[in-house]
Design a protein around this ligand. Sequence first.
Ligand SMILES: C[S@@+](CC[C@H](N)C(=O)[O-])C[C@H]1O[C@@H](n2cnc3c(N)ncnc32)[C@H](O)[C@@H]1O
Length: 466
Amino acid sequence: MDTVARRPKKGEEVEALVDTIDRRGRALGEAEGHPISLTRGLPGDRVRARVTKRRRTGLQGVPLEVLEHGPSHVDARCAHAQSCGGCRFQDLAYGAQLELLRGHISQALEEACVPSPEVEPVIGCPVPWNYRNKMELSFGAIRWVEEDEPEGVERDFALGFHAPGRFDRVLDVSECHLLFEGGMELASSARDLAKELELTAWNQHTHEGCLRHLVLRRGVHTDETLAYVLTSRNGEDVDEFLDRFSALHPKLTTLVHGVNPGLADVATSSERRTITGPGWISERLRGIEFRISPESFFQTNTLQAERLFDIVIEEASAEGAGLVHDLYSGAGSISLLLAGAVEEVTGFELSTEAVADAKENALRNGIKNADFVAGDIAETIASVTERPDVLVCDPPRSGMHEKVVERLIELRPERIVHVSCNAQTAARDLARLVYNGYALIRARPVDLFPHTPHVECVFTLERRSV
Ligand SMILES: C[S@@+](CC[C@H](N)C(=O)[O-])C[C@H]1O[C@@H](n2cnc3c(N)ncnc32)[C@H](O)[C@@H]1O
């Protein structure tokens, strides 16, 4: 008779062997004959871990020490790697990251029962560092103190990123290898200046404090940089901070100030003013110039966005197509890149600011056959009566609203090009399309977010002739 392995209790230490990493970045493996899910770990790692939960389906735990690294381990580049979580995979060789991400997409399609051709290899980022053209940093009055920080370190001011799972604690970052080059110097100088002027940071518990967010954006092809400072209030001390900050950084092409007195921890403002420069930056993609406002969506990895859009255009096969709809169009990048190859393109987008940018971008580039509709797509799509030849959709991580998918099925475009950064919600939406007359003919992933569990994928669907 087989003996069942004793299940370790909560709090007990176990030895675990990591097999893989799931889509949320959790390490899955086995410990003393039981499945275990760990907060960190890489394939092939042998670790000592503490059990934090015991479920019927398996154990959950936190790793305490790596006893032996897996074959794809590399040294992490960042001093904050253990506490930050922003670059969850930075100690996994880049080639292994790409394989893992490809597996996540295949798995999501399989789980949603979407018949699919083999997912193509992920197109990697030629230089997988300093690729982010935008970063939102948070000011926080409760600093997340890292294990190796000296005793007595200042605890009531931080500028950086929220510690994983902590809405209230901010890790004070001195380096970030994802942010565009020069971005960290801007952040460090904002921190030093705030301290010199004795400006307080926002406290998530008491809802007091002045400084809330610092958003940095960069036009990679235009050499333009924007800083967007969000505070909870106006005041002479805020004005002094902004004036001195802009004087310290003559290369900053624009500085914008926003006030967010609300409780939600978001980098958006109810009141905004431009301190220096035009209030936005420009970026060029494949010959088209884009205006990017402080709060507009724009792909965060410029060079990989170009490769992603090349694939979207190729897959849309829009040359000679009449009508194309671009759902979730942001500041119009896909619409405007497609406009040269089609008769008419219409973008649909929720953010009025992004739509204003898209319209301005069409004007700037002399594009007359692109129009943009502002509003929640679940509502605005109802007004679409004419069937488009091609439909491109690039929804947020949560995927498409049910009403939108329903309307797509009714409109029956010949081809749908679905772009997604979340394989799970994409697979859910694709499943509905596939069971309503479409066939998934290609899945082409592009890595826009190296060292993270996120990956973009272009899924191409064709209407089956029935
Ligand atoms: C992943 S972005 C894609 C933007 C654009 N295709 C690009 O590549 O620059 C998703 C966009 O969907 C917009 N969005 C989110 N929810 C929406 C909704 N309910 N209706 C319309 N647009 C929405 C967001 O504002 C954002 O601009």
